[in-house]
Design a protein around this ligand. Structure first.
Ligand code: 6GU
Length: 253
């Protein structure tokens, strides 16, 4: 997998790509990921990359030509047969785990970070295959959003996470949030670790964790439960639990 991030702020992104799990994945050649500066691809003496919008209005727009030249240079260097080009924009599809899984299977990704008031529409129409947002709020630029998207993809690539960091039982992997976790000491500020976790009974521990994950999801993100496969028994348990623990607002059911 190769990921190239096109940006006017390469220096702000490089440190995030050199450290931690992403940096390690890069060093160990599980992934080729880099930020490329768009500015040197400007076709004018002053390396200008933004200009006023036709028709007037506030702010500056990124000019199409530097972005297109940058894209062509990236494409020329690549052996990939297929690629997707993501434009980071609050107008895009809101990123989620399912999209991360889908994009992690691609051979090559190019991520375009917008800045200022945006990007000339013609270069978007020419090169972009997917528009992505990371949520309903506005950032000053696409860089932070691109790092979020890249991080969530990189960690899904086989080999990137070690066994101890494995993502089999984590939030969203089965549509549920995670169960709560505990480490030493067994008692902290008079708060005890649940007895079952010290019991050594693996079946009991597994059942306890599954139920805690369901309970956690019910309280924090009940909207996720509609996509979770619960056993009949779990469904019953949850119905009982809900009756006991939740006041149902009038008109809700
Ligand atoms: Cl991808 N870009 C910007 N500028 N703001 C955002 C965003 C992206 N996603 C949420 N807000």
């Amino acid at each position: 997998m190769k990921i190239t991030i096109m940006t006017l702020f390469k220096e702000t992104m490089d440190p995030m790509l050199e450290y931690s799990i992403v940096g390690r994945a890069k060093k160990n050649n599980y992934i080729d990921i880099e930020a490329v500066d768009i500015r040197p691809f400007a076709n004018n003496k002053h390396l200008q990359v933004d200009d006023y919008p036709y028709g007037g209005g506030a702010g500056m727009l990124m000019m199409p030509d530097p972005i297109y030249s940058c894209y062509q240079a990236i494409k020329k260097q690549s052996q990939a047969k297929t690629r997707r080009v993501i434009y980071m924009t609050p107008q895009g599809n809101v990123w989620n785990q399912q999209m991360a899984e889908e994009f992690s299977k691609e051979e090559e990704l190019i991520i375009l970070c917008g800045h200022y008031e945006g990007v000339d529409q013609r270069v978007i129409d020419e090169i972009v295959t997917d528009e992505v947002s990371i949520g309903d709020y506005v950032l000053t630029g696409g860089e932070l959003a691109a790092l979020v998207v890249a991080d969530s993809i990189v960690r899904l690539i086989p080999g990137v996470l070690g066994k101890s960091e494995s993502f089999e039982k984590e939030s969203f992997s089965e549509g549920l949030l995670e169960y709560p976790q505990y480490t030493r000491p067994a008692v902290f500020l008079d708060r005890k670790v649940p007895d079952v976790l010290l019991s050594g009974n693996h079946k009991k521990i597994e059942d306890y964790r599954r139920w805690e994950a369901i309970r956690n999801t019910f309280h924090k993100r009940p909207d996720l439960l509609k996509d979770v496969q619960l056993t009949k028994e779990e469904q019953q348990l949850l119905t009982e639990y809900a009756k006991k623990h939740c006041k149902v607002k009038e008109g809700m059911l």
